[in-house]
Write a protein that binds this ligand. Sequence first.
Ligand code: UDP
Ligand code: MG
Length: 315
Amino acid sequence: MTISVVIPLYNEEENVAELHRRVKSSMERTGREFEIIYVDDGSTDRTRSLLEEIASNDRSAVVLSLRRNFGQTAAFAAGFDYARGDVIVTLDGDLQNDPDDIPKLLALIGENDIVSGWRKERKDPFLSRRLPSLIANRLISKVTGVSLHDYGCSLKAYRREVVKNLKLYGEMHRFIPALANWYGVKIAEVETTHHPRLRGKSKYGISRTMKVVLDLITVKFLQSFSTKPLQFFGPMGLLSGLIGFLISLYLTGEKVLLGRDIGGRPLLLLGALLIIVGIQFIGMGLLGEMVVRVYHETQKKPIYVIKKVSRYEDK
Ligand code: UDP
Ligand code: MG
């Protein structure tokens, strides 16, 4: 089993040297063959030159320098694409994750597809970071059906196939377990050590909460309805259209049978609105169905994943 360690860094000049020393010594202790892939996400400080210096003296280190700051998810994706190991381990480059925990994750990857770190005693401010993340983890677990205590922990280990089959967009790296669950994965959690950030600055603020919520909506949609959008929009459309139709029918009855004036009735507006909204929803669902076909067929994207084929073989 060979290991690729992927670490994204954005302006972490004060952490680079110690990070490399510690990750390398942890990896050497596992006794496995490994590579450490540092992804410099367009740093504007000395991060890149320090990393390049390390890589020029050490065969186990590789630096991928992105052209500009693309964000942590893109940095992970770059590392995943480059990685050659059977198992891919990710962690942050600010030493908040402890490289000494890597062997613990690797010990469990044998019988799992993903092993996720859980920062049980997290060393971040409570109100601005830990509380939003507590709520987020509950919500994400509930909505995606993949229960994890700590989606946000970067320290994770994946079997190669898991990440090689994923396309990541936006800020999706934290949702990898939920996304991968689509094709059936076994996930384990281990408690890991977490340290306060000693050097450098955090790259995120409270605004991330909103992004996470929006990403969650995308993930849920992709998980449940991406291959059948009409099943998602259709019921809402039918219901809305049906209620609108009944309202209009009722008003027509009043007008035709009782000769009442219906021009100024708010109900008329509601009925018309519901019918239009219903048609819109069905139309959106149908458009979605077209998009899904184009999406899957132009890119030869399968709608299933086979793990293994067992059949009779002539001996
Ligand atoms: N990071 C990155 N690109 C970015 C933002 C962050 O590569 O645009 C890296 C950063 O250098 C660190 C990791 O992602 O190694 C996690 O970032 P940070 O520590 O700022 O996040 P926090 O721990 O505060 O959630
Ligand atoms: Mg950090």
